[in-house]
Design a binder for this molecule. Sequence first.
Ligand SMILES: Cc1cc2nc3c(=O)[nH]c(=O)nc-3n(C[C@H](O)[C@H](O)[C@H](O)COP(=O)(O)OP(=O)(O)OC[C@H]3O[C@@H](n4cnc5c(N)ncnc54)[C@H](O)[C@@H]3O)c2cc1C
Length: 365
Amino acid sequence: MGRAVVVVGAGYAGIAAANRIAAGSDAQVTVVGPREVFVERIRLHRLAAGSGEATVPLRTVLHPRVQHRSGLATLIGAGPGNDSPGNDSPGNDTVLLDDGSTVRFDRLVYAVGSGDPDPDPGADGYRVDSLEDARRLHAAVAALPAGGTVAVVGGGLTGVETATELAAARPDLAVRLVTDAEVAGGLPARSRDRVRARLRALGVGLREHTRVTGTADPGADVVVWATPPAVPDLARRSGLPTDDAGRLRVDATLTALGDPRIVGAGDAISAPPEVGFVRASCQAAIPLGNAAARTVLAGLAGRAAPAASVVYGAQCLALGPGAGLVQLVDTHDVPRRIAIGGRAGAAIKEQVVRHTLRAIRSRAA
Ligand SMILES: Cc1cc2nc3c(=O)[nH]c(=O)nc-3n(C[C@H](O)[C@H](O)[C@H](O)COP(=O)(O)OP(=O)(O)OC[C@H]3O[C@@H](n4cnc5c(N)ncnc54)[C@H](O)[C@@H]3O)c2cc1C
């Protein structure tokens, strides 16, 4: 009987890791996640605006030997200060789920992403980080009468994608984008100007260098917080090593510091510089998921694990239907001089999104 590998988190990094481990070993691989669908997070702004879907059945992206346990992991191992041998409920080699059941592991991949996995439906304002967030935002925007106002707070790529998609889908609303710095601040000046021009063309009011401190501040019917999401606190709660933000601290092979059974991938890890800059993105999450799988496979086979590395090619931005911006970057994610905008940019972005799903599915069959 193969050993048990548990992957916590059925997102881009977790599925990439689970499929590769199942394809490369006889381990029993179990993915723990709360939904029966795979969420294409990079399409959630479209779901929020009512202009597209963002889910596919989970089974269609899983390798046939990967099992799915439905639920949220609430504790990994026995928790802080409880490492007494013989304690098996929960034990040092189990994951506790929110229904009180446990799953045993020999190796565990920590891939819980970013955002609140169980968002509060009564929360102040809206977000677009998870399926539940995006559905809640969609319902709020759909209920707005003509002339209603929406303020998107945060001028990063998610804020720009959300504001442009909402403005294109509901031209009868007044959509504003408010940011405490420059819009699309990570892009070069020429690309930022292209983003501003597109926002103007869609009638999105742009307020730069404006700090928003609370949901009442922007004076809008619906306020969308597109600020960087926090990571789940599961690692911290479980007594695993984390950085100040709660990301699991891993070494260059993505192995958790001090626990060789646990390997991390995706938005929820803090990796050393030799792995490269980890942007919260699919572009990093999928290769990190693959690298986590290589580390698990090496561990199961008693071999030394290889070091992981992340390299980049572009930052792709949707700007509402028929418009996009593809900013080429060097391998360290530093923008180069070339960017492709307009319809060509939109077409490339759509191909990248489709390719991302294909990459996840490539080991499913
Ligand atoms: C609107 C939007 C647009 C984006 N556009 C882009 C883009 O164009 N390009 C790009 O590269 N990136 C983009 N991103 C960022 C990208 O989606 C994330 O960086 C990526 O999803 C990270 O992958 P991951 O596997 O680490 O996490 P996720 O894809 O978030 O998956 C983590 C999974 O773990 C689950 N989970 C969390 N806690 C638990 C738990 N305790 N137990 C079990 N399961 C748990 C979550 O529910 C989730 O399903 C976008 C994000 C958003 C919100």
